[in-house]
Design a protein around this ligand. Structure first.
Ligand code: BG6
Length: 470
Protein backbone atom coordinates (compact mmCIF):
# COMPACT_ATOMS: atom_id res chain seq x y z
CA UNK A 1 0.00 0.00 0.00
CA UNK A 2 1.28 3.48 -0.78
CA UNK A 3 2.36 5.46 2.21
CA UNK A 4 0.16 8.49 1.75
CA UNK A 5 1.25 10.77 4.53
CA UNK A 6 4.88 11.91 4.75
CA UNK A 7 6.91 10.39 7.60
CA UNK A 8 7.31 13.71 9.39
CA UNK A 9 3.62 14.66 9.10
CA UNK A 10 2.65 16.74 12.14
CA UNK A 11 -0.50 15.20 13.63
CA UNK A 12 -2.10 16.99 16.53
CA UNK A 13 -4.85 19.17 17.91
CA UNK A 14 -5.63 22.87 18.28
CA UNK A 15 -7.01 25.21 20.93
CA UNK A 16 -6.99 28.93 21.74
CA UNK A 17 -6.20 30.52 25.09
CA UNK A 18 -9.45 32.45 25.50
CA UNK A 19 -11.62 29.40 24.84
CA UNK A 20 -10.12 27.02 27.34
CA UNK A 21 -7.57 28.48 29.77
CA UNK A 22 -10.07 30.16 32.11
CA UNK A 23 -8.30 32.00 34.98
CA UNK A 24 -9.25 35.21 33.20
CA UNK A 25 -7.81 37.50 35.88
CA UNK A 26 -5.17 35.26 37.48
CA UNK A 27 -1.56 36.30 38.04
CA UNK A 28 -1.88 39.75 36.55
CA UNK A 29 -3.80 38.90 33.39
CA UNK A 30 -5.70 41.83 31.88
CA UNK A 31 -9.09 41.72 30.18
CA UNK A 32 -9.40 40.85 26.52
CA UNK A 33 -12.31 41.37 24.14
CA UNK A 34 -13.46 37.84 25.04
CA UNK A 35 -14.04 38.71 28.67
CA UNK A 36 -16.92 41.01 27.72
CA UNK A 37 -18.68 38.89 25.07
CA UNK A 38 -20.69 36.26 26.98
CA UNK A 39 -22.77 35.37 23.91
CA UNK A 40 -19.86 34.85 21.55
CA UNK A 41 -18.13 36.80 18.83
CA UNK A 42 -21.22 38.28 17.26
CA UNK A 43 -23.19 39.03 20.44
CA UNK A 44 -23.52 41.85 22.95
CA UNK A 45 -20.55 43.58 24.61
CA UNK A 46 -20.93 43.87 28.39
CA UNK A 47 -19.46 46.57 30.63
CA UNK A 48 -17.15 44.09 32.29
CA UNK A 49 -16.86 40.34 32.93
CA UNK A 50 -20.24 38.77 33.74
CA UNK A 51 -20.97 35.50 35.50
CA UNK A 52 -22.66 33.97 32.46
CA UNK A 53 -19.46 34.26 30.40
CA UNK A 54 -18.19 30.67 30.19
CA UNK A 55 -14.82 31.80 28.87
CA UNK A 56 -13.84 33.32 32.21
CA UNK A 57 -13.33 29.82 33.59
CA UNK A 58 -13.15 27.99 30.24
CA UNK A 59 -12.22 24.40 30.96
CA UNK A 60 -9.61 25.50 33.47
CA UNK A 61 -6.63 24.43 31.39
CA UNK A 62 -4.69 27.04 33.36
CA UNK A 63 -4.67 24.70 36.35
CA UNK A 64 -5.04 21.37 34.54
CA UNK A 65 -2.54 21.73 31.70
CA UNK A 66 -0.42 18.80 32.92
CA UNK A 67 -3.32 16.38 32.87
CA UNK A 68 -4.48 17.64 29.46
CA UNK A 69 -1.10 17.56 27.77
CA UNK A 70 -0.58 14.04 29.13
CA UNK A 71 -3.77 12.99 27.36
CA UNK A 72 -2.59 14.65 24.13
CA UNK A 73 0.67 12.72 24.46
CA UNK A 74 -1.27 9.50 24.97
CA UNK A 75 -2.96 10.08 21.61
CA UNK A 76 0.51 10.48 20.13
CA UNK A 77 0.34 14.18 19.21
CA UNK A 78 3.42 15.37 17.35
CA UNK A 79 2.28 18.97 17.47
CA UNK A 80 -0.01 21.00 19.67
CA UNK A 81 -1.50 24.28 18.51
CA UNK A 82 -2.44 26.85 21.11
CA UNK A 83 -2.30 30.61 21.45
CA UNK A 84 -0.68 32.93 23.92
CA UNK A 85 -3.16 35.27 25.60
CA UNK A 86 -1.66 38.68 24.82
CA UNK A 87 -3.22 39.99 28.07
CA UNK A 88 -1.23 37.55 30.22
CA UNK A 89 1.97 39.08 28.86
CA UNK A 90 0.87 42.72 28.45
CA UNK A 91 -2.36 43.07 30.48
CA UNK A 92 -3.42 46.33 28.82
CA UNK A 93 -1.41 45.87 25.66
CA UNK A 94 0.41 49.22 25.79
CA UNK A 95 2.77 48.65 28.74
CA UNK A 96 6.50 48.68 28.15
CA UNK A 97 7.34 45.82 30.55
CA UNK A 98 5.83 42.33 30.34
CA UNK A 99 4.11 40.46 33.15
CA UNK A 100 6.58 37.81 34.32
CA UNK A 101 3.88 35.55 35.79
CA UNK A 102 2.21 35.31 32.39
CA UNK A 103 5.48 34.40 30.71
CA UNK A 104 6.13 31.73 33.32
CA UNK A 105 2.80 30.08 32.65
CA UNK A 106 3.65 29.48 28.97
CA UNK A 107 7.14 28.30 29.93
CA UNK A 108 5.44 25.57 31.92
CA UNK A 109 3.00 24.71 29.13
CA UNK A 110 5.71 24.48 26.46
CA UNK A 111 8.06 22.53 28.74
CA UNK A 112 5.28 20.06 29.39
CA UNK A 113 4.73 19.61 25.65
CA UNK A 114 8.43 19.18 24.96
CA UNK A 115 8.68 16.60 27.74
CA UNK A 116 6.51 14.35 25.52
CA UNK A 117 8.18 15.34 22.26
CA UNK A 118 5.22 17.49 21.21
CA UNK A 119 6.11 20.58 19.14
CA UNK A 120 4.13 23.65 20.17
CA UNK A 121 2.56 25.61 17.29
CA UNK A 122 1.70 29.02 18.69
CA UNK A 123 -0.73 31.67 17.48
CA UNK A 124 0.19 35.16 18.62
CA UNK A 125 -3.29 36.62 18.29
CA UNK A 126 -6.35 34.38 18.41
CA UNK A 127 -9.32 36.70 18.94
CA UNK A 128 -7.73 37.99 22.15
CA UNK A 129 -6.98 41.70 21.64
CA UNK A 130 -6.52 43.43 25.00
CA UNK A 131 -9.78 45.21 25.87
CA UNK A 132 -7.87 48.37 26.73
CA UNK A 133 -6.46 48.55 23.18
CA UNK A 134 -9.95 48.09 21.85
CA UNK A 135 -11.58 50.79 23.97
CA UNK A 136 -8.80 53.36 23.99
CA UNK A 137 -7.38 52.92 20.51
CA UNK A 138 -10.30 51.38 18.56
CA UNK A 139 -8.26 48.23 18.03
CA UNK A 140 -6.48 47.65 14.75
CA UNK A 141 -7.94 50.77 13.11
CA UNK A 142 -5.14 52.52 15.00
CA UNK A 143 -1.63 52.21 13.61
CA UNK A 144 -0.19 52.32 17.13
CA UNK A 145 -1.27 48.71 17.55
CA UNK A 146 1.54 47.68 15.23
CA UNK A 147 4.09 48.89 17.79
CA UNK A 148 2.32 47.20 20.69
CA UNK A 149 2.07 43.96 18.77
CA UNK A 150 5.74 44.14 17.81
CA UNK A 151 6.72 44.55 21.46
CA UNK A 152 4.56 41.62 22.48
CA UNK A 153 5.87 39.41 19.67
CA UNK A 154 9.49 40.31 20.36
CA UNK A 155 8.98 39.46 24.03
CA UNK A 156 7.54 36.00 23.41
CA UNK A 157 9.86 35.16 20.51
CA UNK A 158 12.83 35.96 22.73
CA UNK A 159 11.49 34.13 25.73
CA UNK A 160 10.50 30.93 23.90
CA UNK A 161 13.10 30.92 21.16
CA UNK A 162 14.40 27.50 22.17
CA UNK A 163 10.97 26.03 22.93
CA UNK A 164 8.73 27.01 20.05
CA UNK A 165 9.64 26.67 16.38
CA UNK A 166 6.26 27.11 14.63
CA UNK A 167 4.37 30.41 14.91
CA UNK A 168 1.21 31.88 13.41
CA UNK A 169 0.61 35.62 13.47
CA UNK A 170 -3.19 36.29 13.34
CA UNK A 171 -5.84 33.61 13.62
CA UNK A 172 -8.25 33.67 10.66
CA UNK A 173 -7.10 37.15 9.70
CA UNK A 174 -9.83 37.40 7.04
CA UNK A 175 -12.57 37.11 9.70
CA UNK A 176 -12.08 40.79 10.57
CA UNK A 177 -14.34 41.60 7.62
CA UNK A 178 -17.20 39.85 9.39
CA UNK A 179 -16.41 40.13 13.11
CA UNK A 180 -14.45 43.39 13.55
CA UNK A 181 -14.64 43.39 17.37
CA UNK A 182 -13.76 39.76 18.06
CA UNK A 183 -11.17 39.56 15.32
CA UNK A 184 -9.71 43.06 15.17
CA UNK A 185 -10.60 44.52 18.57
CA UNK A 186 -12.45 47.32 16.73
CA UNK A 187 -14.64 49.08 19.27
CA UNK A 188 -16.66 51.07 16.73
CA UNK A 189 -19.94 49.26 16.12
CA UNK A 190 -20.00 47.37 12.80
CA UNK A 191 -22.88 49.53 11.52
CA UNK A 192 -20.83 52.70 12.15
CA UNK A 193 -17.54 51.33 10.87
CA UNK A 194 -16.54 52.73 7.48
CA UNK A 195 -14.98 50.48 4.88
CA UNK A 196 -12.06 52.90 4.87
CA UNK A 197 -11.37 52.22 8.56
CA UNK A 198 -11.96 48.51 8.19
CA UNK A 199 -9.52 48.07 5.31
CA UNK A 200 -7.02 50.36 7.01
CA UNK A 201 -7.22 48.08 10.06
CA UNK A 202 -6.57 45.11 7.80
CA UNK A 203 -3.56 46.91 6.35
CA UNK A 204 -2.22 47.50 9.87
CA UNK A 205 -2.59 43.81 10.69
CA UNK A 206 -0.88 42.77 7.46
CA UNK A 207 2.02 45.13 8.11
CA UNK A 208 2.21 43.96 11.74
CA UNK A 209 2.30 40.36 10.57
CA UNK A 210 5.20 41.11 8.20
CA UNK A 211 7.07 43.14 10.82
CA UNK A 212 6.93 40.40 13.42
CA UNK A 213 7.97 37.86 10.80
CA UNK A 214 11.10 39.95 10.33
CA UNK A 215 11.69 40.13 14.09
CA UNK A 216 11.15 36.38 14.41
CA UNK A 217 13.85 35.63 11.85
CA UNK A 218 16.30 37.93 13.57
CA UNK A 219 15.71 36.20 16.89
CA UNK A 220 15.85 32.66 15.57
CA UNK A 221 16.43 31.94 11.87
CA UNK A 222 15.07 28.42 12.42
CA UNK A 223 11.62 29.67 13.31
CA UNK A 224 8.89 28.87 10.80
CA UNK A 225 6.25 31.55 10.49
CA UNK A 226 2.84 31.09 8.97
CA UNK A 227 -0.23 33.15 8.25
CA UNK A 228 -3.66 31.78 9.09
CA UNK A 229 -6.86 32.25 7.10
CA UNK A 230 -10.34 30.78 6.91
CA UNK A 231 -10.51 28.57 3.84
CA UNK A 232 -13.93 28.32 2.31
CA UNK A 233 -14.14 27.20 -1.31
CA UNK A 234 -17.04 28.93 -3.02
CA UNK A 235 -19.34 27.15 -5.46
CA UNK A 236 -21.70 28.95 -7.84
CA UNK A 237 -25.32 28.06 -7.09
CA UNK A 238 -25.98 27.38 -10.78
CA UNK A 239 -23.73 27.12 -13.87
CA UNK A 240 -25.08 30.48 -15.01
CA UNK A 241 -22.04 32.65 -15.78
CA UNK A 242 -23.42 35.39 -13.47
CA UNK A 243 -23.28 32.97 -10.55
CA UNK A 244 -19.85 31.69 -11.55
CA UNK A 245 -18.51 35.24 -11.61
CA UNK A 246 -20.14 35.97 -8.25
CA UNK A 247 -18.41 32.92 -6.73
CA UNK A 248 -15.14 34.07 -8.27
CA UNK A 249 -15.41 37.48 -6.64
CA UNK A 250 -16.16 35.94 -3.23
CA UNK A 251 -13.04 33.78 -3.54
CA UNK A 252 -10.94 36.79 -4.42
CA UNK A 253 -12.09 38.74 -1.39
CA UNK A 254 -10.87 35.83 0.68
CA UNK A 255 -7.60 35.37 -1.22
CA UNK A 256 -6.64 38.99 -0.63
CA UNK A 257 -5.23 38.09 2.80
CA UNK A 258 -3.13 35.11 1.82
CA UNK A 259 -1.99 36.84 -1.38
CA UNK A 260 -0.41 39.66 0.65
CA UNK A 261 1.12 37.26 3.18
CA UNK A 262 2.60 34.94 0.58
CA UNK A 263 3.38 37.29 -2.31
CA UNK A 264 4.27 40.33 -0.25
CA UNK A 265 2.04 42.80 -2.07
CA UNK A 266 -1.59 43.61 -2.69
CA UNK A 267 -2.89 41.77 -5.74
CA UNK A 268 -4.04 43.75 -8.75
CA UNK A 269 -7.72 42.95 -8.07
CA UNK A 270 -7.45 44.65 -4.65
CA UNK A 271 -7.44 47.98 -6.47
CA UNK A 272 -10.97 47.31 -7.68
CA UNK A 273 -12.17 46.13 -4.26
CA UNK A 274 -10.81 49.35 -2.75
CA UNK A 275 -12.24 51.52 -5.52
CA UNK A 276 -15.69 49.92 -5.23
CA UNK A 277 -15.67 50.61 -1.50
CA UNK A 278 -14.21 54.14 -1.69
CA UNK A 279 -11.14 52.99 0.17
CA UNK A 280 -7.70 54.50 -0.12
CA UNK A 281 -5.20 52.64 2.01
CA UNK A 282 -2.70 54.89 3.75
CA UNK A 283 0.77 53.41 3.41
CA UNK A 284 3.41 54.63 5.84
CA UNK A 285 6.94 54.94 4.58
CA UNK A 286 8.50 51.50 4.37
CA UNK A 287 5.25 49.50 4.41
CA UNK A 288 5.69 48.26 0.88
CA UNK A 289 9.21 46.97 1.52
CA UNK A 290 8.21 45.42 4.84
CA UNK A 291 5.42 43.44 3.17
CA UNK A 292 7.57 42.40 0.24
CA UNK A 293 10.62 41.33 2.23
CA UNK A 294 8.88 39.39 4.99
CA UNK A 295 6.56 36.87 3.44
CA UNK A 296 5.54 33.73 5.31
CA UNK A 297 7.20 30.31 5.31
CA UNK A 298 3.93 28.45 5.18
CA UNK A 299 0.22 29.05 4.87
CA UNK A 300 -2.12 27.64 7.49
CA UNK A 301 -5.87 27.62 7.45
CA UNK A 302 -9.04 26.47 9.12
CA UNK A 303 -11.51 24.45 7.12
CA UNK A 304 -15.02 23.67 8.26
CA UNK A 305 -17.20 24.09 5.20
CA UNK A 306 -17.57 25.30 1.66
CA UNK A 307 -20.07 27.97 0.68
CA UNK A 308 -22.36 28.77 -2.21
CA UNK A 309 -22.68 32.06 -4.02
CA UNK A 310 -25.25 33.58 -6.34
CA UNK A 311 -25.43 36.78 -8.36
CA UNK A 312 -28.95 37.16 -6.93
CA UNK A 313 -28.74 35.96 -3.33
CA UNK A 314 -32.09 37.60 -2.48
CA UNK A 315 -33.77 34.81 -4.47
CA UNK A 316 -32.57 32.15 -2.00
CA UNK A 317 -32.93 31.23 1.64
CA UNK A 318 -29.84 32.23 3.66
CA UNK A 319 -27.44 29.58 5.00
CA UNK A 320 -26.99 29.11 8.72
CA UNK A 321 -23.68 29.14 10.49
CA UNK A 322 -21.51 30.09 7.53
CA UNK A 323 -18.99 32.52 9.05
CA UNK A 324 -18.28 34.20 5.75
CA UNK A 325 -21.89 34.18 4.63
CA UNK A 326 -23.23 32.15 1.73
CA UNK A 327 -26.22 30.10 0.67
CA UNK A 328 -27.10 26.53 1.63
CA UNK A 329 -25.86 23.78 -0.67
CA UNK A 330 -28.69 21.30 -1.38
CA UNK A 331 -26.19 18.48 -1.93
CA UNK A 332 -24.65 18.62 1.55
CA UNK A 333 -25.65 17.56 5.04
CA UNK A 334 -25.27 20.02 7.92
CA UNK A 335 -24.07 19.83 11.50
CA UNK A 336 -26.50 20.58 14.34
CA UNK A 337 -25.33 24.19 14.05
CA UNK A 338 -26.05 24.35 10.33
CA UNK A 339 -22.41 24.16 9.21
CA UNK A 340 -22.42 22.22 5.95
CA UNK A 341 -20.24 19.15 5.79
CA UNK A 342 -18.09 18.92 2.68
CA UNK A 343 -14.92 16.82 2.91
CA UNK A 344 -14.12 17.40 -0.77
CA UNK A 345 -14.07 21.13 -0.07
CA UNK A 346 -10.92 20.47 1.94
CA UNK A 347 -9.38 18.65 -1.03
CA UNK A 348 -10.19 21.66 -3.20
CA UNK A 349 -8.85 24.17 -0.68
CA UNK A 350 -5.55 22.29 -0.43
CA UNK A 351 -5.13 22.05 -4.19
CA UNK A 352 -6.23 25.63 -4.85
CA UNK A 353 -3.82 27.07 -2.32
CA UNK A 354 -0.98 24.92 -3.56
CA UNK A 355 -1.66 25.72 -7.23
CA UNK A 356 -1.63 29.39 -6.33
CA UNK A 357 1.40 29.59 -4.05
CA UNK A 358 3.43 26.35 -4.04
CA UNK A 359 4.48 26.80 -0.43
CA UNK A 360 3.87 24.29 2.41
CA UNK A 361 0.34 24.21 3.83
CA UNK A 362 -0.81 23.39 7.34
CA UNK A 363 -4.43 22.51 8.22
CA UNK A 364 -4.62 24.01 11.70
CA UNK A 365 -8.37 23.68 12.31
CA UNK A 366 -11.01 21.22 11.21
CA UNK A 367 -13.63 19.30 13.12
CA UNK A 368 -17.25 18.77 14.00
CA UNK A 369 -19.07 20.74 16.69
CA UNK A 370 -21.75 18.42 18.06
CA UNK A 371 -23.83 17.69 21.15
CA UNK A 372 -22.25 14.74 22.97
CA UNK A 373 -23.77 12.47 25.54
CA UNK A 374 -21.77 10.75 28.27
CA UNK A 375 -22.57 7.02 28.53
CA UNK A 376 -20.97 4.03 30.28
CA UNK A 377 -18.93 1.66 28.10
CA UNK A 378 -18.77 -2.12 28.57
CA UNK A 379 -16.19 -1.70 31.33
CA UNK A 380 -18.35 0.76 33.20
CA UNK A 381 -16.18 3.75 32.19
CA UNK A 382 -17.77 7.02 31.12
CA UNK A 383 -17.30 7.81 27.45
CA UNK A 384 -19.00 9.32 24.40
CA UNK A 385 -19.90 7.13 21.42
CA UNK A 386 -19.04 9.83 18.91
CA UNK A 387 -19.10 7.83 15.69
CA UNK A 388 -20.46 10.93 13.91
CA UNK A 389 -17.22 12.77 14.76
CA UNK A 390 -15.10 9.84 13.64
CA UNK A 391 -17.02 9.71 10.34
CA UNK A 392 -16.57 13.43 9.83
CA UNK A 393 -12.85 13.40 10.52
CA UNK A 394 -12.22 10.18 8.66
CA UNK A 395 -13.86 11.60 5.55
CA UNK A 396 -11.89 14.85 5.79
CA UNK A 397 -8.58 13.12 6.42
CA UNK A 398 -9.19 10.85 3.44
CA UNK A 399 -9.34 14.00 1.34
CA UNK A 400 -6.12 15.26 2.90
CA UNK A 401 -4.52 11.95 1.91
CA UNK A 402 -5.87 12.40 -1.60
CA UNK A 403 -4.29 15.85 -1.82
CA UNK A 404 -0.99 14.45 -0.53
CA UNK A 405 -1.13 11.90 -3.36
CA UNK A 406 -1.65 14.79 -5.78
CA UNK A 407 1.67 16.16 -4.59
CA UNK A 408 0.42 18.96 -2.33
CA UNK A 409 3.01 19.74 0.33
CA UNK A 410 1.13 19.48 3.66
CA UNK A 411 3.02 19.91 6.92
CA UNK A 412 0.36 18.67 9.29
CA UNK A 413 -3.16 18.58 10.62
CA UNK A 414 -4.39 19.84 13.97
CA UNK A 415 -8.04 19.10 14.62
CA UNK A 416 -9.96 21.94 16.24
CA UNK A 417 -10.81 21.76 19.92
CA UNK A 418 -9.03 18.47 20.55
CA UNK A 419 -10.38 18.84 24.07
CA UNK A 420 -13.89 20.30 24.52
CA UNK A 421 -13.82 24.07 24.94
CA UNK A 422 -16.05 27.12 24.71
CA UNK A 423 -17.26 27.88 21.18
CA UNK A 424 -16.08 31.13 19.57
CA UNK A 425 -19.22 32.09 17.68
CA UNK A 426 -21.83 31.17 20.28
CA UNK A 427 -19.83 30.85 23.54
CA UNK A 428 -21.45 27.51 24.38
CA UNK A 429 -19.89 24.44 25.89
CA UNK A 430 -22.47 22.13 24.36
CA UNK A 431 -20.90 22.63 20.94
CA UNK A 432 -18.15 20.09 21.48
CA UNK A 433 -15.29 19.27 19.14
CA UNK A 434 -12.99 17.23 21.36
CA UNK A 435 -11.57 13.74 21.60
CA UNK A 436 -11.72 14.48 25.31
CA UNK A 437 -15.02 15.27 26.98
CA UNK A 438 -14.98 17.95 29.66
CA UNK A 439 -17.73 17.85 32.24
CA UNK A 440 -18.89 21.43 32.10
CA UNK A 441 -22.27 22.58 30.86
CA UNK A 442 -23.77 25.68 29.27
CA UNK A 443 -25.07 26.84 32.65
CA UNK A 444 -21.54 26.68 34.03
CA UNK A 445 -22.18 23.59 36.18
CA UNK A 446 -19.97 20.50 36.07
CA UNK A 447 -16.98 18.86 37.73
CA UNK A 448 -14.44 19.77 34.99
CA UNK A 449 -13.50 16.06 34.91
CA UNK A 450 -12.04 14.81 31.62
CA UNK A 451 -13.26 11.61 29.85
CA UNK A 452 -11.93 9.94 26.71
CA UNK A 453 -14.45 9.73 23.88
CA UNK A 454 -14.49 6.87 21.36
CA UNK A 455 -12.74 9.20 18.90
CA UNK A 456 -9.77 9.39 21.30
CA UNK A 457 -8.66 5.84 20.45
CA UNK A 458 -9.62 6.28 16.82
CA UNK A 459 -7.31 9.31 16.46
CA UNK A 460 -4.56 7.54 18.42
CA UNK A 461 -4.61 4.79 15.82
CA UNK A 462 -4.62 7.27 12.93
CA UNK A 463 -1.47 8.85 14.34
CA UNK A 464 0.16 5.52 15.22
CA UNK A 465 -0.31 4.27 11.66
CA UNK A 466 0.53 7.67 10.11
CA UNK A 467 -2.86 7.78 8.47
CA UNK A 468 -2.89 4.23 7.10
CA UNK A 469 -5.86 3.29 9.31
CA UNK A 470 -8.09 5.85 7.60
C1 BG6 B 1 -12.65 29.13 14.06
C2 BG6 B 1 -11.91 29.78 15.20
O1 BG6 B 1 -13.41 30.11 13.42
O2 BG6 B 1 -13.61 28.17 14.30
C3 BG6 B 1 -12.03 29.04 16.52
O3 BG6 B 1 -10.57 30.00 14.89
C4 BG6 B 1 -13.43 28.50 16.66
O4 BG6 B 1 -11.67 29.93 17.53
C5 BG6 B 1 -13.68 27.50 15.55
O5 BG6 B 1 -13.70 27.94 17.90
C6 BG6 B 1 -15.03 26.82 15.61
O6 BG6 B 1 -16.04 27.76 15.71
P1 BG6 B 1 -17.10 27.69 16.88
O7 BG6 B 1 -17.90 28.91 16.76
O8 BG6 B 1 -17.87 26.45 16.64
O9 BG6 B 1 -16.32 27.62 18.15
Amino acid sequence: MTKRFPENFLWGGATAANQYEGAYNADGKGLSVQDVTPDGGFGQITDGPTEDNLKLEGIDFYHRYKEDIKLFAEMGFKVYRTSIAWTRIFPNGDETEPNEAGLEFYDKVFDECLKYGIEPLVTLSHYETPLHLSKEYDGWTNRKLIDFFERYARTVFTRYKDKVKYWLTFNEINSVLHAPFMSGGIWTKPEDLSKQDLYQAIHHELVASAKVTKIAREINPDFEIGCMVIAMPTYPITPHPDDVVSAYHSERQNYLFSDVHVRGKYPNYAKKIFRDNNVEIEFAEGDEEILLENTVDFLSFSYYMSRVSSAHPEKYKKGRGNILGGLPNPHLESSEWGWQIDPQGLYLALNDFYDRYEIPLFIVENGLGAVDELVKDENGEWTVEDDYRIDYMNAHLQQVGRAVEDGVDIMGYTSWGCIDLVSASTAELSKRYGFIYVDRNNDGSGSFERYKKKSFNWYKEVIETNGESL
